[in-house]
Design a protein around this ligand. Sequence first.
Ligand code: NAD
Ligand code: DAU
Length: 354
Amino acid sequence: MTILVTGGAGFIGSNFVLDWLAQNDETVVNLDALTYAGNPENLATLRGDDRHVFVRGEIGDHVLVEQLFATHRPRAVVHFAAESHVDRSIHGPGDFVRTNVNGTYALLEAARGYWSTLPEGERAAFRFHHVSTDEVYGSLAPDAPAFTETHPYEPNSPYSASKAASDHLVRAWHHTYGLPVLTTNCSNNYGPFHFPEKLIPLMIVNALAAKPLPVYGDGRQVRDWLYVGDHCSAIRTVLERGRPGETYNVGGWNEKPNIEIVHTVCALLDELRPDPAGPYARLITHVKDRPGHDRRYAIDARKIERELGWRPAETFESGIRKTVAWYLEHAEWVARVQSGAYRDWLQRHYGETA
Ligand code: NAD
Ligand code: DAU
């Protein structure tokens, strides 16, 4: 048996592939374009492992994707590939529409073409799992109830609008063509291999370099944080037992304002790697706010718990301690990401400049 994973060299995708192969022997075909966010070094421990087939390519390349379906005959697709950073989407929305909307459309069409040729039993068992975000629901007032699966879509950034569009396409491919799709809408992840453009890893690497810790606006924006390993276990659970056509919200029951997150990271670094110059919180610097910044996200994850028995295993306290420790233990990974050296792999492997 084989699954096709897209975006498996990114933050969540690489955690998912590593966890998957640590738990069973089902082959993973990993299709990733290796944009700046794709880092093959995340998968270094799988070198020489026949269960992992890495393919560099675009989800929008229908010839390639059709060929992958025909050759590997996957029983499921787990679709992570996306442009994922809100700030980048504000500066350049085009790539977000190209990958998140057009790319998802192309992948759905290739999956539908393959699925429609399968014998009845395999057709019924096939799954297209779309990995999405809580940002599609927009921003919550301070006392509003958390997002349920029936919350209206009100995306506010080019990123969240492009993800919302992809969710709608996935839904339509189920309702119109009967493709057995599953969608998960997850809150903010954190953990190993998180690219240091996002809040938590940026704060860790900047603090260690004694650089300012840029907090947007007043820092009172609220996110609901989930350890990445828990997101991966939620996806495995939904893939195994979720009902086709359903969406499941995934979250950590961990609503926290950004400024509190930054203080927690600083306190852990003070404990684990004290700086003789003084507490890391001295580096906190309030900067101009993100345009259109959503004030609060919160996930109501009762459906996935009630129907599928999933709950996060990590508390925020255990997950953030593991995460800070991981960054301290992987200084070379951080250095190679910061210097751009991780992209040398493209040159070595493909003989091209990326
Ligand atoms: P990421 O940016 O770290 O990784 C994205 C991966 O997709 C990279 O490896 C990149 O090379 C690949 N990719 C980009 N465009 C591609 C294309 N056209 N074809 C093939 N591969 C392509 O993202 P992430 O944080 O790991 O997020 C993964 C998915 O999970 C995304 O769909 C995102 O919307 C969703 N999500 C993320 C979070 C979060 O907190 N990071 C939370 C909820 C949902
Ligand atoms: O909610 C799920 C989403 O979480 C995912 O869909 C996205 O792919 C993922 O990037 C993440 O989006 P956010 O915009 O919430 O994550 P980010 O880490 O960029 O920012 C988290 C919060 O911290 C947000 O309120 C903005 C703020 N922030 C971020 C950065 C990078 C700062 O205050 N300073 C910063 O330098």
